[in-house]
Design a protein around this ligand. Structure first.
Ligand code: 5AD
Ligand code: FES
Length: 351
C-alpha cells in the first residue's frame, strides 16, 4: 500500500485498481504516509497559507428535491428564509471588516434570485469591493444566466457534481435532475471563464469505491480550480434519515488522494468535516486542505440553512467563526492568508 501512495505522490496518478485499493484500505501506515505527502505537496505550492471564504447563505428555499438534503422542497418542516439585497450587503460589509476578501453567495435553487436581481447584487458588490472575489453557488442555471452574472462581475462558481456515476446520481436525486445537465453546467461555467469548484459527498448512501474512482476520473476531466468534498451527514427529515454517514477516515483519505492528484487545486476543509469530528477541519488542513469557509450569514437564519443534522457554526456571534477558525488554523500549524486566494493555476482551459 505504501508503494501505491508513493506512486501517487510521484506521478499524480494511479490505475483504477490502485485507486480503489487506496480508497478501501484501513492501513494506518498508508494513511500516515498519504498525510505527509499531501502536506508536503500543499506546502510546495501554497506554503502554510490557508485562504478564507466568507459564506453568505442567501436562501433556504429550493425547488429541487435531492434525497440527501435537508432543504429539499418536500421537507415541509423546514423553516425557510431568504436574504434581500440589503441583508446581503450587510453580511458583505461585516465580512469585509473581518478581513474576508472572498464572498460566497450560496443558496438553494430559489426562483426569487432572478438574473436581474443577482446582477444587481453582483455589480453592487463589485463596485464597492473591487479587491474582493465574488463567488456564486446557486445551483444549475442557464448559460445565459451564468454569462450575465459573469459580466456583472462574478469570478467563481461552486457547483458540486455530487456523483459522477449515472447509476449513483440517479439514486441520490429525483428524476428531473440529470448528471448530464450538471456536467454541462460545469463545462459551461469553465468556458465562460469562471474559476470553478466541483466535488462530491463521501460515504453517500449506495456509494461504492468504484463510484469514488469515477468521481476522481471526472474531476481529472473537468480539472476544476477548487474541489469541495465532505462526509455525507444524514438529515432527520429526508429519505436518508436512517442511513450511515460518511466517515472521518475515508474523507481524509480522499482529501489526501485529491491533493496528490491535483497538486495546485484549492481544497476546502469543509463544515461537514468539522461536523462529524471536533477537530475534523484541522485534520483536513493537515491532509492537504488549504481553504476554510467561515459562516457570514446573519445569526438569526443560520440554523435554517439546515442541509444536514448537527451542522456546526450556527452560533450566536457573527465574528465567532472568524476568530474560531483563526485559532484552529494556527493550532493546526498554518496561517491565515490575507489575500483573495485565487488558484495558482487559473489557465487550465487546455487541460
Ligand atoms: N450531508 C453532507 N453534505 C450535504 N450537502 C447537502 N446535503 C448534505 C448532507 N446531508 C452538500 C451537497 C451540496 C452542498 C452545498 O452541501 O454536496 O452540494
Ligand atoms: Fe464557525 Fe468555529 S468556525 S464557530
Amino acid at each position: 500500500m505504501r508503494d501505491i501512495v508513493r506512486k501517487l505522490y510521484e506521478t499524480a496518478n494511479l490505475t483504477d485498481a490502485e485507486l480503489k485499493a487506496l480508497i478501501l484500505t484501513d492501513d494506518a501506515d498508508a494513511a500516515q504516509l498519504l498525510r505527509e505527502y499531501a502536506d508536503e505537496v500543499r506546502q510546495r505550492w501554497y506554503g502554510r497559507k490557508v485562504f478564507l471564504r466568507g459564506l453568505i447563505e442567501v436562501s433556504s428555499y429550493c425547488k429541487n428535491d435531492c434525497l440527501y438534503c435537508g432543504i429539499r422542497r418536500s421537507n415541509k418542516d423546514a423553516d425557510r428564509y431568504r436574504l434581500d439585497m440589503e441583508k446581503i450587503f450587510q453580511c458583505a460589509e461585516n465580512g469585509y471588516e473581518l478581513g474576508f476578501r472572498t464572498f460566497v453567495m450560496q443558496g438553494g435553487e430559489d426562483g426569487f434570485y432572478t438574473d436581474d436581481f443577482m446582477c444587481d447584487v453582483i455589480s453592487g458588490l463589485r463596485e464597492k469591493y473591487p479587491d474582493c472575489a465574488i463567488t456564486l453557488s446557486l445551483g444549475e442555471r442557464s448559460e445565459e444566466s451564468y454569462r450575465r452574472m459573469k459580466e456583472a462581475g462574478a469570478d467563481r462558481y461552486l457547483l458540486r457534481h455530487e456523483a459522477a456515476s449515472e447509476e449513483l446520481y440517479s439514486k441520490l436525486h429525483p428524476s428531473e435532475l440529470s448528471l448530464e445537465n450538471r456536467k454541462q453546467c460545469l463545462f459551461t461555467l469553465k468556458k465562460l471563464g469562471y474559476q470553478v469548484g466541483s466535488g462530491f459527498m463521501v460515504g453517500a448512501p449506495f456509494q461504492t469505491a468504484d463510484h469514488l474512482v469515477e468521481d476522481l476520473r471526472f474531476l481529472q476531466e473537468l480539472h476544476p480550480h477548487m474541489i469541495g468534498i465532505g462526509p455525507f451527514v444524514p438529515h432527520h427529515a429526508t429519505p436518508f434519515a436512517k442511513e450511515n454517514g460518511g466517515t472521518l477516515q475515508l474523507t481524509l483519505r480522499l482529501l489526501g488522494i485529491l491533493r496528490l492528484m491535483f497538486p495546485k487545486v484549492l481544497l476546502p476543509a469543509t463544515t461537514a468535516l468539522g461536523t462529524i469530528a471536533p477537530n475534523g477541519r484541522e485534520l483536513g488542513l493537515q491532509t492537504g486542505c488549504n481553504v476554510v469557509m467561515p459562516n457570514l450569514s446573519p445569526v438569526n437564519v443560520r440554523k435554517k440553512y439546515d442541509l444536514y443534522d448537527n451542522k456546526i457554526c450556527t452560533g450566536e456571534e457573527a465574528a465567532e467563526c472568524r476568530g474560531c477558525l483563526q485559532r484552529r488554523i494556527e493550532s493546526a500549524g498554518y496561517e491565515v492568508a490575507q489575500e483573495r486566494g485565487d488558484c495558482i493555476e487559473t489557465n487550465t482551459q487546455e487541460t
